[in-house]
Design a protein around this ligand. Structure first.
Ligand code: WTA
Length: 633
């Protein structure tokens, strides 16, 4: 598409234009896509309500832009390469023509089973082609997808299904993950005992093992697909119709459903992918994320396909059958752009360089990172060892709520600085604020990262609760979208994102709310109260540290720890299990009863002797007790 920026000078002049005339700038970008009807108004916005609408009056279907528009010239080009969990199993590829056919078939299956525009469909699936095909089919018919990462528990899945009143669930029999096999259908069955809105379950075959099927509700996907026609007219969507809901954790309460809409999300996903990764026509691009997270939505499925780029989808894990799996896949499919998370980089770095040296990695051109701050050591290893010193690194900062990459170099053009995401993409206007909301204009100062002007893929609402969206993102600082991150700008205006300033913990690049984990722990009948904080973890970035008050000090602490881990696994899933559980008799609270997490964080970080003034606490002596009993991290 004709919005590629080809040098740093061009970046600078484009950025300037995007700030001087944002609407003109986005009009130009949006015009590169195929619309069924052009929009009447580029932007309407009010951050206080919030009410943001892009390309109103426009009609489109994102899947026509991902698939149909490539058919005439690139129908035989590979759209999707699926690499299975087991390297001995066959890779499956789809050309654009084949993917188009599969998506149309699946859309017919959905239609036959009563799905209509506006319905919500939940996906709880491993990384198999049916997931990408299903998501695209959902968008083609105008339904709203809600993909739930298949590591979440039945309870967490049920909450998400109910929050959006999903009509259908798409799942698989089981899930292959390295040497393990995990349940999928059984988890869905358990969840559905609490989900009255679900009428149909479509089940894909992954392992082929027997799973219970409920007559009248459950259908085998392959049987339905075998009878379906391979043509389906894409439904015309308004720009501001919902495209998907994706649940993410925040400081308080249950995860919220971040809502993205058809037009703006499409415009931004395609534009950002193209400029950050700079793919050439015959490049193969691979993002190792799971489609259950925003990175998988925007940069496995939509971003690459919108640009007609070949995208790799990997079912397995980085360390099975051995720690060279990622690099083997890079060589096997001649991957040019490789996009992963710092936690994976650090874990593979710890496995030793020999795993890399066994492989050529000569096809690599660009390396990307996302999900959490990357430390300098990992950055250098990625650059020097994986990239052999010749591949630019794009450190991409963004969020579920932003829909696409906000701060990042443009590969090969922008200056790089380890641990700095760098500059905003044209069209993005970040600022740093102090606690009172004043602009931090001097360089080399830390501040709170906020955005002062809308971009096309900004979240529109949180599903079913607009007030929560306003309170979470638009109420801290009048007139700004607040990210929840702290950041710093250097003398050249490059930005380094330091991490969350709220009660969100980033464990292996996954967002976990402290309140969510506390609520789960408190479900244990012997637990009176708990407080959860993050602490620095060598591989995961952050680990979860839980302070727990029980009815009486447990006699068998190991057993009680295991019971707490089990309850967290049941309520949320394994990804939210605390690494550290300390039993305490009290928690540091202010006189108004608020837990002082700052103090607990310091103790967990090993800085319990540098707490400063604790005199405002209701009972300062609890701090001493906790500190004395601290677990060595
Ligand atoms: C963090 C993932 C530093 C940040 C796309 C943000 C990062 C949260 C980076 C969003 C980065 C993401 N450098 N921190 N390059 N990328 N983060 O919603 O704290 O899963 O607020 O979206 O991850 O996580 P989410």
């Amino acid at each position: 598409m004709n919005f590629r920026i080809n040098s740093f000078e061009e970046y600078q002049s484009t950025y300037k234009k995007s700030v001087e005339d944002p609407e003109g700038f986005w009009d130009g970008i949006a015009s590169e896509y195929q619309w069924k009807k052009k929009w009447d108004k580029t932007l309407n916005w009010d951050f206080e309500k919030p009410d943001v609408r892009w390309f109103e009056g426009g009609k489109l279907n994102i899947t026509e832009n991902c698939l149909d528009r490539h058919l005439a010239e690139n129908g035989d080009k590979t759209a999707l390469i699926w690499e299975p969990n087991n390297p001995d199993d066959a890779t499956v590829t789809f050309t654009f023509t084949e993917l188009h056919e599969a998506v149309c078939q699946m859309a017919n299956v959905l239609q036959k089973n009563g799905v209509v525009k506006g319905d919500r469909l939940c996906f709880y699936m491993p990384m198999i082609p049916e997931l990408a095909i299903g998501v695209l089919a959902c968008a083609r018919i105008g339904a709203i997808h809600s993909v739930v990462f298949a590591g979440f528990s039945a309870n967490a899945l049920a909450d998400r299904i109910n929050d959006a009143s999903c009509k259908m669930v798409l799942t698989s029999d089981e899930i292959k993950r390295g040497a393990k096999v995990m349940d999928a259908k059984k988890v869905v069955d358990e969840a559905l005992s609490k989900c009255p809105s679900v009428e149909t379950v479509l089940v894909a075959k992954s392992t082929g093992n027997d799973v219970p099927m409920q007559a009248g509700r459950d259908l085998w996907m392959h049987e339905e697909m075998s009878e379906a026609e391979a043509e389906f007219e894409a439904v015309a969507m308004d720009s501001e119709d919902m495209l998907f809901v994706l649940y993410t954790s925040g400081s308080t309460g249950k995860p919220k459903g971040v809502v993205h809409t058809c037009g703006g999300y499409m415009v931004y996903a395609g534009y950002s992918f193209n400029n950050v990764f700079q793919p050439a026509d015959d490049d193969v691009y691979w993002c190792t994320a799971d489609i259950g997270w925003i990175t998988g939505h925007s940069y496995i499925v939509y971003g690459p396909l919108l640009n007609g780029t070949t995208t790799v989808m990997f079912e397995g894990v980085p360390t099975w059958p051995d720690s060279g799996r990622f690099w083997e896949i890079c060589d096997k499919h001649k991957v040019s752009q490789f996009y992963t998370a710092p936690t994976a980089i650090r874990a593979l770095m710890a496995c030793g360089d020999e795993w890399i040296q066994k492989h050529q990695l000569s096809s690599l051109k660009v390396l990307g990172t996302v999900g959490e701050p990357i430390n300098e050591e990992a950055w250098h290893w990625y650059h020097d060892v994986v990239g052999r010193g010749k591949c630019p690194i794009v450190d991409t900062w963004w969020q579920t709520e932003t829909g696409g990459i906000m701060l990042s170099g443009l590969a090969g053009h922008s200056p790089m600085k380890p641990s700095f995401a760098g500059y905003p993409l044209p069209g993005i206007q970040p600022v740093l604020l102090d606690e009172k909301g004043n602009l931090v204009e001097e360089n080399n100062q830390e501040g709170l990262l906020a955005i002062k002007y809308p971009w096309p893929s900004i979240l529109r609402t949180t599903y079913g609760d607009h007030e929560r969206c306003r309170l979470t993102y638009f109420s801290h600082f009048k007139g700004y979208y607040f990210t929840g991150d702290g950041a710093k700008r250097d003398d050249n205006g490059m930005i380094r994102v330091i991490g969350r300033v709220d009660d969100v913990i980033n464990v292996s690049g996954h967002r976990i709310g402290t309140a969510e984990v506390e609520n789960a722990i408190d479900e244990h009948p012997d637990v009176v109260e708990s407080a959860v904080v993050g602490y620095p973890h060598d591989i995961k970035g952050q680990g979860i540290y839980a302070y727990v008050i029980c009815r009486s000090m447990p006699e068998n602490q190991d057993q009680m720890r295991q019971e707490i881990l089990d309850v967290v696994t049941k309520e949320i899933g394994k990804i939210a299990k605390p690494e550290m559980i300390q039993f305490v008799t009290g928690l540091p609270k202010t006189r108004s009863g608020k837990i002082m997490r700052r103090i607990l964080r310091k103790i967990a970080e090993g800085d319990g002797d540098k707490l400063g003034d604790v005199s405002t606490l209701l009972d300062p002596s609890v701090v001493e007790d906790i500190h004395r009993g601290v677990l060595v991290v």
